[in-house]
Ligand binder design. Structure first.
Ligand code: NA7
Length: 535
């Protein structure tokens, strides 16, 4: 474009979260001049934006961290069993300094366009800020849950109080003292911020549409013995995690729940409930596939919620009945249900008392109006494809990615797309992404991508592209694996049901990490990258 000077690189990475930073590190190690373009004014992706009170990872901190450098694993000290947002953000910043990554990151740079030029085989990338970039390789590290959805709630623009979004929380300290606050949304984000806001606010309204299942986190300061054992045996722990379906050591049970007595299952559920965390759903391999086992686990959590809540009417509203446990992402909380025993907290059940809208100074439901000073939106994300669909991506012959994906996000391995040469996604749709420990999922992808680029360069191949038949086979495989699963039958952001017009697509590879890693290996150099053309 006239008047715009273009900076030229070997590789462009979009996004400076866990994925983009590791991609930069690896691409640079290949000797590629790489630039990372990041829309935020800081690095950290998810952990940069979602800085709401109570934000915390629900994968244990010793696992939710990079494994590529043992020195890094040894040096960094996590202070809690489950790291808070601020600690993870500090860690990411430490990694950036430790590996000297900052000099190749352009902050405040929102990529709006990426066009492949058939003649040169290069990608032309433009930012909203008016900068232009060109490179042979383009890596989207844009995240699975990075584009918030603007909920369809009438009157939001009329509200004269403050609107806060969990997905784009301000950096300054927000003080809820003396304020009347409403939280809309009871997914992981709403469930995490609710107890913290309730402690400060004068009054808190929690507006719930669909109740969700949450297990206690039982977060605690890091146990020094536990940490010592992990650090002494990190490679062994990582290898053990790699052998699990989710790349996460949840102490997964191996004996089907179907084969044990009700009493024994009950004891096991109780043990896991006391241990805390997502390990609850890994009690038995058939937790979500066997109806009897699933019903038992579901009933167990229903009972637990009832026991926590003093008022049976409130308990009845909090108990999820629209789907069984395991259909959606399980939430992990630190005192969520107990919050509803407080005098300053009101649960507003939007199923029986629908939200009519937001007013100048409050919100109105069918049953009446409530004054509030602040409104917190914890209303979720356009998952998996949200970020890419908002960028004007064009591959060969000007084909747009949105045209290509009109019937769903066709791709190969969740990484490459036929018709979009030299372009890669990290934790893209069609990969296990958030069904696993996502930091390690990111490492699998980045390693595969950078190995592939290195292989192509060694062969003097300039163009890497997924074969269309390999892509078709992958799409069918992903769909077949999802078939009949509880996740595929339940409405949630996993299936796209939270975004209008996006339902019933297969966004996740559900075969588990060991099978996926085998797929990556078979698709790699040992077999000469059978699903790719290298020219
Ligand atoms: P989620 O899990 O998608 O939760 C969003 C919540 O917002 C959910 O309870 C929705 O109810 C609710 N919602 C959305 N729109 C509305 C409107 N218009 N009115 C009322 N309620 C609404 O997002 P989170 O950020 O909590 O978690 C996302 C993931 O990030 C999480 O699972 C972790 O992996 C990290 P609904 O269920 O649609 O009835």
């Amino acid at each position: 474009e006239a008047g715009v000077s273009t900076s030229t690189h070997d590789a462009i990475v979009v996004g400076a979260g866990f994925a983009g930073l590791y991609a930069l590190h690896r691409l640079r190690n290949l000797g590629l001049a790489t630039i990372v373009l990041e829309r935020g004014d800081g690095i950290g992706g998810t952990w940069f934006w979602n800085r709401y009170p109570g934000a915390r990872c629900d994968v244990e901190s010793l696992q939710y961290s990079y494994s590529f450098s043992d020195d890094l694993q040894q040096e960094w000290n996590w202070s809690e069993r489950f790291a808070s947002q601020s600690e993870i953000l500090r860690y990411i910043n430490y990694v950036a300094d430790r590996f000297d990554l900052r000099r190749d990151i352009d902050l405040n740079t929102s990529v709006i366009r990426a066009h492949y030029d058939d003649a040169s085989g290069l990608w032309d990338v433009a930012s909203a800020e008016g900068h232009a970039y060109r490179a042979r390789y383009l890596v989207f590290a844009t995240g699975c849950l990075s584009v918030p959805i603007e909920p369809e709630i009438s009157g939001l623009d009329r509200f004269e109080g403050r609107i806060l979004r969990t997905s784009n929380w301000p950096k300054e300290d927000i003080n809820f003292t003396g304020k009347r606050v409403a939280v809309i949304g009871t997914g992981s984000s709403g469930i995490q911020c609710t107890p913290v806001i309730a402690e400060q606010a004068d009054h808190l309204f929690v507006l719930q549409r669909t109740p969700n299942y949450s297990v206690p986190g039982r977060n605690q300061p890091m146990d020094p013995n536990f940490e010592r054992d992990w650090k002494a045996n990190y490679p062994a722990h990582r290898a053990a995690a790699l052998a699990t379906r989710s790349n996460n050591l949840f102490d997964a049970g191996t004996v089907p729940g179907r084969q044990v007595s009700f009493e024994e299952r009950e004891r096991e559920f109780e043990r896991r409930w006391q241990t805390g965390g997502l390990g609850f759903v890994y009690a038995y391999p058939d937790m979500t596939s066997d109806p009897e086992v699933n019903k038992h686990a579901t009933d167990f959590v229903h009972r637990k919620i009832s026991e926590k809540i003093g008022n049976p009417e409130i308990a009845a509203k909090l108990i999820p009945t629209e789907y069984p446990i395991g259909g959606r992402r399980l939430c992990v909380d630190n005192g969520y249900y107990e919050t509803f025993n407080r005098d300053n907290v009101t649960l507003v059940d939007l199923r029986t008392d629908p939200l009519l809208g937001v007013t100048r100074n409050g919100f109105r439901t069918e049953r009446g109006e409530h004054a509030i000073d602040m409104l917190v939106l914890a209303t979720g994300f356009d998952a998996f494809t949200g970020a890419l669909s908002r960028i004007d991506v064009r591959g060969r012959n000007g084909l747009t990615l949105n045209e290509k994906w009109v019937d769903g996000p066709a791709n190969y391995l969740g990484i490459c797309i036929s018709g979009f040469p030299n372009m890669f996604m990290i934790t893209g749709p069609g990969s296990p992404s958030v069904l696993s420990n996502v930091v390690l999922a990111i490492e699998h992808h980045v390693n595969w991508i950078t190995d592939c680029v290195a292989h192509a360069r060694a062969r003097l191949a300039r163009v890497i592209e997924a074969k269309s038949d390999a892509e078709e086979e992958w799409v069918n495989k992903v769909a077949a694996l999802a078939q009949g699963t509880l996740i595929s039958k339940t409405k949630s952001w996993y299936t796209g049901a939270n975004v209008a017009g996006k339902t019933n697509r297969y966004f996740l590879y559900m075969g588990g990490i060991p099978a996926y890693v085998r797929e990556l290996r078979q698709a790699g150099p040992d077999n000469d990258y059978p699903g790719l053309t290298l020219t």
